[in-house]
Design a protein around this ligand. Structure first.
Ligand SMILES: C[S@@+](CC[C@H](N)C(=O)[O-])C[C@H]1O[C@@H](n2cnc3c(N)ncnc32)[C@H](O)[C@@H]1O
Length: 298
C-alpha cells in the first residue's frame, strides 16, 4: 500500500485514534511516537507538516501506534526513561517515577555533610538501578562512594547492569547482588552501610488490577506488589536492617512509600527496638506523603 498522506494528516488521524482508546494527551503522545519510530523530532514535525513519509516510515510508526493503543507504556517502546536528568535503559523493570527523585534531592541538599569523605550505600530493590546509581553519580565528585545494589529479579538486574555500564566508570565501586531484600550476610567480611535507600513494592495486592492499564498490564507485578496492606517490605526492612547499620556512627535510611502509608510505617519502625535518632518525612509536589526516613543507631 502506498501512502500519500502528509505527516500532519497522519499525526492528527492517529491522535484521534489514540483518544478513542482513552489515552490522555493523544496529540503529544503521537508526536512522541513519531519521533521514537522515525527519528523525526517534534520541532521538525511542527515546521514541516506537509512532509510525506515513505512506506517504511509509516509502517514503523504504525507498529508503535498499535502498541500504544494496547497501552504499552512509552518507556517500554523506546527502552529509555529519564531520571534526574539522565537516560536509563528500561526493560523488564519498573519505569522510574519522578517521586523517587525526592530521595536524591534530599540526600544532595541535606545529608552530604553527614558523611566524612566517604559513603557506603545500599540500594534495596534496585530495579533499573536509577536510584542508587543517581545517588552515586551525584555524590562521587565530593566523596568516595561504594554502592551495593540488590534485587530479586534476574531480569531487573540484567537491566541494572546495562545502566551501570552506561553511566559509570570502571573505577566505580559497585556491587550488584541478587538477593531477597538485604544481601546475604558475609560473616567473614560483613558490610555496614552509611546510607540505605529503598523504593520497595508498596501497592496493596488487591489494588494492582485497578491501576492504569499501562501499569497493571505491563509493569512487573513483582515490582508493585507490597502484600495485602502494601506494607510487607517495610515490616521486613524494620526487622532485618540491624546487622547492616554502621557500628560507630549512625545510618540514614530513606524509603519511598505510597501516599497515605507514612503513619503505618512509622508505627512499624517504632515497634522495633531500633534506636531512632531522627525522622525524615518528605511530601511530593501535590502534598502527598511519599518518603520516610530514619537516622538509626545500633
Ligand atoms: C518499586 S520497584 C523499584 C525499582 C527502582 N528502585 C526504582 O525506584 O525505579 C521495586 C523493585 O523491587 C524488586 N523486588 C521485589 N521483591 C523483592 C525482594 N523480595 N527482594 C529484593 N527485591 C525485590 C522488584 O524486582 C523491583 O525491581
Amino acid at each position: 500500500m502506498v501512502t500519500t498522506q502528509t505527516l500532519d494528516e497522519l499525526i492528527r488521524r492517529s491522535a484521534q485514534e489514540l483518544a478513542e482508546y482513552g489515552i490522555d494527551q493523544p496529540l503529544r503522545e503521537v508526536r512522541l511516537l513519531m519521533e521514537a519510530a522515525n527519528g523525526i523530532e517534534i520541532k521538525e514535525q511542527l515546521v514541516a507538516p506537509d512532509k510525506t513519509l515513505n512506506q517504511a516510515q509509516v509502517n514503523s510508526f504504525q507498529k508503535y501506534l498499535r502498541a500504544r493503543k494496547n497501552r504499552t507504556p512509552y518507556a517500554y517502546l523506546t527502552n529509555v526513561k529519564e531520571f534526574y536528568g539522565r537516560e536509563f535503559y528500561i526493560k523488564n523493570c519498573l519505569i522510574p517515577r519522578p517521586e523517587t527523585e525526592l530521595i536524591v534531592d534530599f540526600i544532595k541538599e541535606n545529608i552530604q555533610e553527614r558523611f566524612e569523605g566517604k559513603c557506603n550505600i545500599l540500594d534495596l530493590c534496585t530495579g533499573s538501578g536509577c536510584l542508587g546509581l543517581t545517588v552515586l553519580l551525584e555524590l562521587e565528585k565530593q566523596m568516595a562512594i561504594e554502592l551495593t545494589m540488590t534485587d530479586i529479579s534476574d531480569q531487573a538486574l540484567d537491566t541494572c547492569k546495562v545502566n551501570v555500564k552506561k553511566h559509570c566508570s570502571h573505577n566505580s565501586k559497585i556491587m550488584i547482588l541478587k538477593s531477597d531484600l538485604f544481601p546475604n550476610r558475609d560473616f567473614e567480611n560483613p558490610q555496614f552501610f552509611d546510607l540505605i535507600v529503598a523504593n520497595p513494592p508498596y501497592i496493596k495486592s488487591g489494588d494492582i488490577t485497578g491501576l492504569a492499564p499501562e501499569v497493571a498490564g505491563y509493569e512487573p507485578h513483582l515490582a508493585l506488589d507490597g502484600g495485602v496492606e502494601g506494607l510487607d517490605f517495610y515490616f521486613r526492612i524494620a526487622e532485618e536492617i540491624r546487622p547492616f547499620l554502621q557500628k560507630k556512627q549512625s545510618t540514614v535510611l530513606l524509603m519511598e512509600h505510597g501516599a497515605g502509608q507514612r503513619k503505618a510505617i512509622i508505627k512499624i519502625f517504632e515497634e522495633t527496638d531500633l534506636v531512632i535518632k531522627e525522622r525524615i518525612e518528605l511530601n511530593d509536589w501535590q502534598g502527598h506523603d511519599r518518603v520516610l526516613g530514619f537516622v538509626l543507631i545500633r
